[in-house]
Design a protein around this ligand. Structure first.
Ligand SMILES: [Zn+2]
Ligand SMILES: [Zn+2]
Length: 136
């Protein structure tokens, strides 16, 4: 699979040639703050399959599991594009809203649903996890 995307101002772009390992909607409090929205729609790919053009700034935060994570955003327009989960090195999360072809995003689950208010409406067809999904 090959796909591309960009930030709002267009100065930060990426191209990915890897397989999507996981895709889902994360409703954790960090994702709410980072996106300014109800949840983050993210697809995870191998980090080395992504080619980034333009400047990206990373902000380190502590994830819901207590481990560090990094959020990558465009220093010019502030669009939140990337996520590097500390516990899974070599994996890059890409914000689905940044995709050039939005139909490529196929969410598999909703996670951290216990953190969501009533107005965070979810697709009833997707499996729900109140916290992080169990391993395996
Ligand atoms: Zn930008
Ligand atoms: Zn999250």
């Amino acid at each position: 699979m090959k796909f591309s995307g960009s930030c709002l101002c267009g100065s930060l772009k990426y191209e990915c040639s890897g397989e999507v390992k996981m895709a889902g909607n994360c409703h954790c409090l960090n994702c709410k703050k980072a996106t300014g929205s109800a949840y983050a729609a993210v697809l995870f790919v191998p980090e080395d399959s992504v080619e980034v053009t333009g400047e990206v700034k990373y902000y380190q935060s502590t994830g819901s599991n207590g481990e560090p994570g990094w959020r990558g955003f465009c220093p010019n327009c502030g669009s939140s594009l990337f996520e590097k989960p500390g516990p899974v090195p070599g994996t890059l999360g890409i914000g689905a809203g940044s995709l050039d072809d939005l139909s490529l995003y196929k969410p598999q689950m909703d996670i951290f649903t216990s953190r969501s208010p009533d107005w965070d409406c979810m697709d009833p067809r997707l499996p729900k996890f109140t916290e992080f999904p169990p391993e395996g």
